[in-house]
Design a protein around this ligand. Structure first.
Ligand code: SAH
Length: 346
């Protein structure tokens, strides 16, 4: 009889300890194996050298170790590295390492494809195939941490959930991954160095607030006028700005954590004074800052970056209203690794 073997990494530490007790072994053995799986990222049972041969054979008979494979790596002229990551079932996601003088940031994916339909984003054109599980998310971070040490001589310093997918539509697994990333048995990173970026799912923002999460929140706003936002992010019809705003106020009340709004200014779409004023009003609802993102064309010319004057008008008006604003230059454009360009082209 060949039963389907279970993925050992789907077990919690407790479950692993219980498994060993049920096998007549010590719970402590569970800790050792857990450490191999998570701290040392073992890909085989054979490599777990402080575990006896018999135990390794027994594990082999019960379990598999699912893990990702970095299939292809592309390096940009600006030092950005993009990984095509193959999952155990053959599907591919992308993740990116972005180095600056002082930090290296991992941009990781949470879904294969995306469930949302932002009209300016390349990932939206791949329909959502499935959610990533927590270890597939964790593994992307581990892979990038290794690359950071190898190419930049320092560990990874920050993580942004700004790759493929909508993290709040895969909330449970994203949270489990963050738990592992921040735990001592995992990478031991501070949650303050992790940013979850969402298109804005009000119910989930409230849930995060209730759970007192410690990571940072970014919201892809792009317009503070419902009509405009719905035309470029159609799901805004289901989650209109008022719901989003109330959820964000709730978030701030509970966490005291300032919100970052991501915002691209497009010609003829959101580049008027009226659009700027609406954003200023929206920013007053909860302490926040604005990240103006450069537009990365994804092909058909339907969208194009607004003029420098229009962008400067945003900067000026926001600053006059004491709202922090930064302009974020794109990285990794030449290898399609920039915001909104992740689409498994290769
Ligand atoms: N679904 C989440 C995570 C993706 S983050 C979210 O929407 O926040 C990717 C960021 O890049 C988002 O802010 C998104 O709005 C932005 N983006 C998408 N397409 C883009 C493009 N072509 N140029 C620049 N930014 C883009």
């Amino acid at each position: 009889m060949t039963a389907v073997k279970k993925d050992i990494r789907a077990l919690t530490k407790e479950e692993l300890r219980d498994f060993f007790i049920a096998q007549g072994d010590k719970a402590f053995r569970g800790n050792q194996v857990y450490e191999w799986l998570w701290q040392k990222s073992a890909h085989t049972f054979e490599g777990m050298t402080n575990i006896s041969k018999d135990t390794r054979t027994m594990l082999e008979a019960h379990f598999v170790i699912n893990h990702i494979e970095v299939d292809q790596m592309q390096r940009s002229a600006d030092g950005t590295t993009k990984n095509a990551v193959r999952l155990h079932d053959g599907l591919i996601v992308e993740s990116v390492l972005i180095p600056t003088d002082t930090r290296t940031t991992a941009c990781v994916s949470s879904q294969v494809g995306c469930s949302l339909d932002c009209r300016f984003c390349a990932t939206a054109r791949l329909k959502r195939m499935r959610n990533l599980n927590s270890d597939e998310i964790y593994d992307q971070v581990v892979a990038i941490d290794r690359q950071s040490r190898l190419y930049h001589n320092r560990p990874l310093s920050n993580i942004v959930f700004m790759g493929m997918g909508e993290p709040l539509m895969n909330y449970k697994n994203v949270l489990m991954a963050i738990e592992k990333i921040t735990s001592k048995e995992g990478l031991g990173m501070s949650p303050k160095r992790i940013t979850v970026s969402t298109s804005g799912v009000p119910k989930m923002i409230r849930k995060m607030a209730d759970e007192s999460v410690k990571f940072k929140l970014a919201v892809s706003l792009h317009s503070a006028i419902d009509e405009v936002r719905t035309s470029i992010m159609p799901f805004n019809k289901t989650f209109p700005l008022q719901d989003l705003r109330e959820a964000l106020q709730y978030w701030y009340q509970k966490t005291r954590n300032r919100i970052t709004y991501e915002y691209v200014v497009w010609q003829g779409i959101n580049d008027s004074q009226n659009d700027v004023d609406a954003l200023v009003r929206f920013c007053r609802f909860a302490p926040s800052k604005v990240n103006l993102i450069e537009y990365n064309p994804i092909d058909d010319g339907e969208f194009s970056q607004a003029s420098q004057e229009a962008i400067q008008r945003y900067v000026r008006t926001l600053e006059q209203n004491n709202i922090t604003v930064t302009i974020r230059r794109s990285r990794g454009k030449d290898i399609d690794a920039a915001c909104g360009q992740l689409a498994n082209k290769t």
